[in-house]
Design a protein around this ligand. Sequence first.
Ligand code: DQA
Length: 148
Amino acid sequence: MANRILLVNGPNLNLLGTREPHIYGSESLADVEASARTAAAAFEWEVDAVQSNHEGELIDAIHAARDTAVGIVINAGAYTHTSIAIRDALVAVGLPVVEVHLSNVHAREEFRSHSYISPIAACVIVGAGVQGYEFAVARLARIRAQSV
Ligand code: DQA
């Protein structure tokens, strides 16, 4: 069985730490990825981390995970609210998906409350900051343990 998970971060998340820190916190994308790797190590998983500001690159990474990963943790950023193509890619690869948002999207602008990903996700975590990624990894582990 594969021992890797795919961690996907979408547009503008490369700016974490400097981007609207009152909303997204002071930790960087490297900090996010390190947290996910630490959480994954507890389950003897490795993390393939991708961040892109380009929808097609995110889709390519999701497709590649089909043969390498046991599940996907994704913060698609603003593509969450717009991208049917990313949703379709997630469905196509057939891996369990946990959706993460650093901020509580439901406490913000109305348009952030709609997600194309949530209906096909196994779990959705919002508003827990970087810890949300740790929760997501732990949730994937529980899902996998129940499915094997
Ligand atoms: C976000 C929430 C989105 O609405 C926003 O476009 C982001 C970040 C979050 O992590 O809270 O880029 O996904």
